[in-house]
Design a protein around this ligand. Structure first.
Ligand SMILES: Nc1nc2c(c(=O)[nH]1)N[C@H]1C(S)=C(S)[C@@H](COP(=O)(O)O)O[C@H]1N2
Ligand SMILES: [Mo]
Length: 306
């Protein structure tokens, strides 16, 4: 697939706050104990800046990104996650990567971060509810992690699972969703260079309410595809069940590509409100990432496969 720059992307957009981020800022134990030596080769230079994929649109304020959230494990109101997620312990934390692969592994989050090629990516995020944000993430391409476990030819899909820990996730006392929160992608979606595992935002460690310590970001899909606080990633030969699809299959499809031409049964998807702005704006097919991802869906009926 040919990757070109979209009209809203420029080559010289390199300042912001991305370039000199230090890896240790994302390492929980290291940062917490001030053991800067551990992160040793702190490698400012290894945090590369993904110019081509980042939008130059004005980022949503950090205040809004970290206080207006969906994270039902901590409650259903937008302010609940910021209020309640502080109780979640994100260290120690391991992520299990298994299923259809030759080298399944369980990896500690800090070793994962130390070994990762961290980048800043400024992405639009469009929630299925009709609002959107522009968020400066720090993370690494999911494809790197998937390659590390050597997928077999049966790996057609990737399933993601969020932590279940009701003692720290107050919203899990309610059956709003069938916990764990599950999401899934087709393998070509999961290994697309736009698909990111985020470990930070606004140049800092990821706040708990945004899905610390590890969260999926798929910018051309509705926000709910991006599972938070991930503990397991499984390669599968069958399309995995996903939390929102199981709850309301007519409302939330497996694909859930942003699509202004396919309305939600209860509301239009033609427009959105950018948080921090007053007027609604038009929603773009694939959330504006069509030139990178439309090829993935060639020949598919996107009304049926919503
Ligand atoms: N585990 C989990 N992941 C989740 C959700 C959730 O409730 N639980 N909400 C989703 C929805 S609907 C959206 S829009 C985004 C919101 O991400 P943000 O709060 O970091 O902006 O997270 C998604 N990931
Ligand atoms: Mo959402």
């Amino acid at each position: 697939m040919l990757i070109r720059n979209a009209p809203d992307l420029t080559e010289n957009e390199v300042t912001h706050h991305g370039l000199y981020l230090r890896r240790r800022e994302f390492l929980g134990a290291t940062a917490g104990l001030g053991l800067t030596g551990l992160a040793g080769a702190t490698s400012a230079a290894s945090l590369t800046y993904a110019k081509g994929f980042s939008t130059t649109e004005k980022a949503t304020s950090k205040e809004d990104v970290t206080s207006y959230n969906n994270f039902y494990e901590f409650g259903v109101d937008k302010g609940d996650p910021a209020q309640n997620a502080g109780r979640l312990k994100t260290r120690p934390w391991t992520v299990r990567i298994d299923g259809e692969c030759e080298a399944p592994r369980t990896v500690d989050i800090d070793s994962l971060i130390k070994g990762a090629k961290l980048e800043e990516r400024i992405y639009r995020m469009r929630c299925v509810e009709g609002w959107s944000m522009v968020i400066p993430w720090v993370g690494f391409p999911l494809k790197d992690l998937i390659a590390s476990v050597k997928p077999t030819s049966k790996a057609k899909y990737v399933a993601f699972e969020t932590l279940v820990r009701p003692s720290e996730m107050s919203g899990q006392a309610w059956n709003t969703l069938d916990w764990p929160y599950r999401e899934g992608l087709r393998i070509d979606e999961a290994t697309h260079p736009l698909t990111l595992m985020a470990v930070g935002l606004y140049g800092d460690a990821l706040p708990n309410q945004n899905g610390a310590p590890l969260r999926l970001v798929v910018p051309w899909k509705y926000g709910f595809k991006g599972g938070k606080s991930i503990v397991r990633i499984t390669l599968t030969d069958k399309q995995p069940a996903t939390a929102w699809n199981r709850l309301a299959p007519r409302e939330y499809g497996f694909y859930s590509n942003v699509n202004p031409a396919v309305d939600h049964p209860r509301w239009s998807q033609a427009t959105e409100r950018r948080i921090g702005e007053f007027r609604r704006r038009e929603t773009l097919p694939f959330n504006g990432y069509g030139e990178y991802v439309a090829d993935l869906y060639r020949g598919m009926d996107l009304k049926k496969n919503f």
